[in-house]
Write a protein that binds this ligand. Structure first.
Ligand code: AMP
Ligand code: MG
Length: 334
């Protein structure tokens, strides 16, 4: 697959050390996306090197398309148990749990449907109703059995960690960087932002939020150490017969989620939770997001609706600054 070739070509890390401010940057192509790592201080270069190596390692472990990966092994196991690393087993367990916590809006067994729409190859097409119904039979996180580090999945079912892997990877890399002595860094893993510490001068990071309707940003968030993870219809999509189809699937219908949301951002200390929830809130829509938030309050979120309205949890209101022309219609959920 052409994207995989790009991985090999671009996986070699590029480092640039920028003068006396000790700002270092690296970029990696992994998990099907460009990632940019920025760190400050004398340990930055080593931290970026270690994090880049780890990202390539995790990509090899979790890729659904690469034949050497643990996920590929599970997906081609024909119902036999497969032994995986503790890290992979724990992420699969977490994803299964998230499926039940979101009433099935989040489901890593949606992969056969993602494939059917062509999002894994770039050869997009709208599957027939009959085909989708067939595939929905093999979807459902109850089909995954995790026993210690052994995963069992029935023939036909397939896993895809794409909606949770980058969130987990951000936390793993941030921890690695800390071990190297880094106290100030921003990891941009293809729209999943993981910050570490504060800016070198002790002030907050200013993180831009992408406008789902154009190339620019609609707001910035002032944050300390956290995760800011966004799922958007604009990230991957295709058009057929004048209609746009994006990559976030409603596991109930097998079709791209149509919940009235253009982008869903989740902010919190656990990267994998933020990642899983950003996808989930996109599927659940404004009402479902509000219900989920009120039931647990352990994350913050911002939704931009299809009509440009902004809905956010109360923890965000003190962090957000809208760009000129944005933020006219805002509601806050408590
Ligand atoms: P994200 O960008 O984190 O929202 O993840 C989207 C990716 O996760 C898609 O490209 C699919 O590979 C996969 N995916 C799509 N829909 C779902 C879903 N409802 N639950 C879990 N994974 C999904
Ligand atoms: Mg996600």
């Amino acid at each position: 697959m052409f994207k995989r070739l790009a991985v090999c070509a671009a996986a070699a890390m590029m480092l640039c050390s920028c003068g006396s401010s000790e700002k270092h940057q690296g970029s990696v192509f992994a998990m099907d996306t460009y990632m940019s790592l920025t760190a400050y201080g004398s340990s930055a270069e080593e931290g970026i090197k270690k994090a880049s190596e780890k990202l390539n390692e995790l990509d090899k472990l979790w890729s659904a398309t690469e034949s050497g990966s643990e996920i590929f092994a599970v997906n081609s196991s024909e119902g036999k148990p497969v032994s995986v690393s503790d890290e992979t087993a724990s992420l699969i367990s977490f994803a299964k749990e998230m499926s039940s916590q979101t009433g099935g809006a989040f489901d890593i067994t949606v992969y056969p449907i993602v494939e059917a729409w062509g999002f894994t190859t770039g050869e997009h097409s709208v599957p027939s109703e009959e085909r989708l119904n067939e595939l929905l039979e093999v979807v459902g996180s109850d089909k995954i059995t995790v026993s210690g580090s052994e995963i069992t999945l029935p023939t036909g079912s397939k896993l895809d960690l794409g909606a949770v892997a980058k969130g987990r990877a951000g936390d793993i890399c941030a921890d690695l960087m800390k071990e190297c002595g880094v106290t100030s860094a921003v990891l941009d893993l293809g729209g999943n932002i993981r910050t570490l510490g504060t800016k070198p001068d002790g002030s907050k990071w200013k993180i831009g939020l992408r406008d789902p309707f154009s190339e620019g940003i609609y707001a910035t968030l002032d944050v300390g150490e956290t995760n800011i993870v966004t799922s958007g219809a604009y990230e991957r999509f295709f058009e057929q017969d004048g209609k746009t189809y994006h990559h976030i699937i409603d596991p109930n219908t097998g079709r791209p989620a149509e919940s009235g949301i253009a982008s869903a951002t989740v902010i919190g200390s656990d990267g994998r939770l933020c990642d899983a929830l950003s996808t989930s809130l996109f599927v659940l829509g404004a009402k479902g997001a509000e219900q989920l938030y009120r039931s647990r309050h352990d994350f913050d979120y911002i939704l931009v609706t299809d009509s440009g309205e902004v809905i956010m949890s109360e923890g965000v209101s003190g962090l957000i600054t809208f760009e000129p022309g944005f933020g006219e219609k805002v509601s806050v959920v408590k």
